[in-house]
Ligand binder design. Structure first.
Ligand SMILES: [Zn+2]
Ligand SMILES: [Zn+2]
Length: 330
């Protein structure tokens, strides 16, 4: 990645910028569009680190731009690596921040109500078996993450099916839920090009997690999104990580669907052997040594799978009074 150019041309005046993030993926893709005579658009903005701020400024400068030139900031979803600097971009540039309407009412709202939401988040994890010592470090880890996020003061809604202009062409707003409830995609049919965010990624499977504030069946949502992407069959997609551009989206969507079905079969078999909490199932599903945020993702991903099975009537859950935990069973 170190040899990758700072800016990759995507289409006309639309460019992809690799911005460093302190996560295993190392970079997040930020898009910059500077059409002749049109509004300057940024898509996604990374989270607040000195390195990310510097990379964004360098990317803007390479296009002859400064913060005040940015007219519009579109965010694919509320995760810190895509949304974190939204409030800073808004303040520095006066840009209009836009997100899918579904995401404003959920993920984006979560940052504004963070303090109120944290106890519910921890209770949700505890009720599903996360041990007390992990809960404590998870609270601290969450707090550290929160410091890198600056919520926007005002976000305007985009709606599924409407069009936005980038590089002088119309792009259809898509709703691609699963990785986040209100995950947005932008689709240019004429060019067969999709701006995909984290809805599909090469090399890693986008995390699909059930949290206290998410829709009840994120895996069901995601399997539908994969079907949508398969039918759309883009020639290429601009992706949030390990990109900026990937091809073979249709084949990758099928691969990810198979991967989740394998996991569903595994969970069903494990829960049928003996009743277990989602945390215990997550240790069986992800036996590797993981740090605290890795364990949180593993638990949330496991929960998305077992709750999907429960909603289909293929698994049940019962509250265990003695252990004060939900147990999943056949
Ligand atoms: Zn994400
Ligand atoms: Zn991401």
């Amino acid at each position: 990645m170190t040899d990758a150019p700072l800016l990759t041309p995507v289409l006309g005046s639309l460019h992809a910028l690799q911005v460093p993030i302190p996560y295993p993926m190392k970079y997040v893709t930020v898009l910059l569009d500077r059409p002749a005579g049109g509004p300057v658009t940024m898509i996604d903005c990374a989270l607040d680190t000195p390195e990310a701020r510097a990379a964004l400024e360098a990317g803007l400068a390479a296009l002859g731009l400064h913060w005040p030139d940015v007219d519009r900031l579109i965010i694919t979803h509320h995760h810190p690596d895509h949304y974190g600097l939204a409030g800073v971009v808004e303040e520095r540039s006066g840009a209009q921040v836009q997100m899918l309407d579904v995401e404003i009412g959920r993920g984006e709202r979560y940052w504004h109500l963070w303090e109120e939401w944290l106890p519910g988040h921890l209770k949700h994890m505890r009720d599903h078996g996360l041990p007390p010592e992990s809960l404590e470090s998870m609270g601290a880890d969450n707090r550290r993450g929160r410091e890198r996020v600056h919520p926007a003061s005002r976000v305007q809604p985009l709606r599924e099916g409407q069009h936005v202009e980038l590089s002088g062409q119309p792009w259809e707003v898509l709703w691609l839920p699963g990785h986040a409830d209100g995950h947005l995609g932008l689709w240019n049919e004429a060019e067969g090009t999709l701006i995909a965010g984290d809805a599909i990624l090469p090399r890693i499977s986008p995390n699909v997690g059930l949290y206290a504030y998410t829709r009840p069946d994120p895996l069901g949502d995601y399997l539908q999104t994969l079907g949508k992407l398969e039918a759309l069959n883009p020639a290429r997609a601009v992706v949030g990580h390990h990109g900026p551009v990937m091809t073979g989206v249709q084949a990758r969507a099928r691969e990810l669907r198979d991967h989740h079905h394998e996991r569903l079969d595994f969970m069903k078999a494990e829960a049928a052997r003996e009743p277990r909490s989602a945390y215990e199932l997550s240790l069986a599903m992800f036996p590797r040594d993981l740090n605290i945020s890795g364990r949180r993702f593993a638990l949330a991903e496991t929960l998305a799978h077992v709750e999907h099975l429960r909603l289909l009537g293929q698994l049940y859950r019962t509250w265990n009074e003695a252990r004060e935990v939900w147990l999943y069973h056949a």
